[in-house]
Design a protein around this ligand. Structure first.
Ligand SMILES: [Zn+2]
Length: 319
């Protein structure tokens, strides 16, 4: 086992240097940072690469036809300077905010695996959604941050987390002002399990779904899937409608008797494929299913959306 596994890792690790052919475009990219992490850890030598082997790994995850996602490798790598842990599945954990407690990391890793199941599920409903997510995972290596409360993390100047949160997420602030602005965001997000913000397009912020508060990987993955869809560029249905006397976007209209908010691909896809069975059965709607299946997917067979029963039964047990 040791030999073949080591050989596999060597091939996978070497593969990241396939990017050496276009260093300009990828300088500072998450894939490049990952490559540097592997090199510093002594896992890779510059110059060797195998793009085909890398691509196959992602194909294996999603069971899709040939992809061009050459950035995949299959090693865990911790960059303690930047405070991030690269996972073999393409995601990252921000260790400045999430900490390095083995139990917390174990929950987050299990949540990432549950997210892969969710993406496979989406691949059955709408391959274009799954492809989009796979491409974004390969390019951005989405980073999970833990913002379960200001007590749960510290804004220490000089860390990658501080630069990102204070410099980009809250629009440029220092010290106390940055803390206040983060607190404002958390107050606004108090009902949210997690959030995504285009100012930091590689990142998902776990709030109520912080693994130090919510220890169920399936629950974390269910929340994170919604944000992952946003990270993939899949947006809410923002069409303005009359919502019980007020003009509101479709996805914000929860007024009694109004079901238009359900015509939303983000809610639809996350309800169809959330890792938590409770989330799937509770949030399933025909309109959401149709919105998910139809996302950039003309001619989708929406007859699958007529009844939730066979689908929910089929997906009833996640690995
Ligand atoms: Zn959303």
């Amino acid at each position: 086992m040791a030999f073949s596994r080591a050989l596999f890792f060597l091939v996978m690790a070497a593969a990241v240097f396939g990017f050496s052919t276009q260093p300009q475009a990828l300088a500072g990219s998450p894939a490049r940072k990952y490559a540097e992490c592997l090199r510093k850890a002594g896992h890779a030598r510059q110059g060797a690469w195998d793009i085909a082997a890398c691509g196959k790994f992602l194909d294996g995850i999603l069971d899709l036809e040939a992809t061009r996602y050459t950035g995949y490798t299959n090693l865990e790598c911790e960059d303690s300077e930047q405070g991030e842990l690269f996972l073999p599945e393409g995601f990252r954990i921000d260790t400045t905010s999430c900490g390095t407690d083995p139990r917390t990391l174990e929950i987050l890793k299990a949540a990432v695996n549950a997210m892969l199941s969710e993406i496979r599920c989406l691949g059955e409903l709408n391959p274009n959604v799954a492809r989009r997510l796979a491409a974004r995972i390969a390019e951005r290596r989405p980073r999970l941050n833990c913002l379960g409360g200001l007590d749960g993390f510290s804004l220490v100047p000089g860390t990658g987390f501080y630069e990102r949160v204070c410099g980009q997420l809250v629009g440029g602030a220092e010290g106390r002002e940055c803390e206040d602005r983060v607190q404002d965001i958390l107050t606004k997000q108090k009902r949210a399990g997690a959030f995504f913000n285009v100012a930091t397009p590689d990142d998902i912020y776990l709030v109520a779904s912080d693994p130090r508060q919510t220890t169920s990987p399936e629950s974390i993955a269910s929340t994170a899937l919604h944000e992952l869809l946003h990270l993939g560029g899949i947006t809410h249905n923002d069409k303005l409608i009359d919502c019980d006397g007020q003009r509101k976007p479709v996805h914000d209209c929860y007024a009694k008797g109004f079901i238009d908010y359900k015509k939303d691909a983000v809610y639809g896809c996350s309800a169809m494929c959330a890792a938590s069975p409770g989330t799937r059965s509770y949030f399933w709607t025909r309109e959401g299913c149709q919105a998910c299946m139809g996302w950039r997917n003309p001619g989708a067979n929406e007859s699958r959306c007529e009844s939730p029963v066979p689908y929910v039964k089929k997906r009833g047990s996640f690995p």
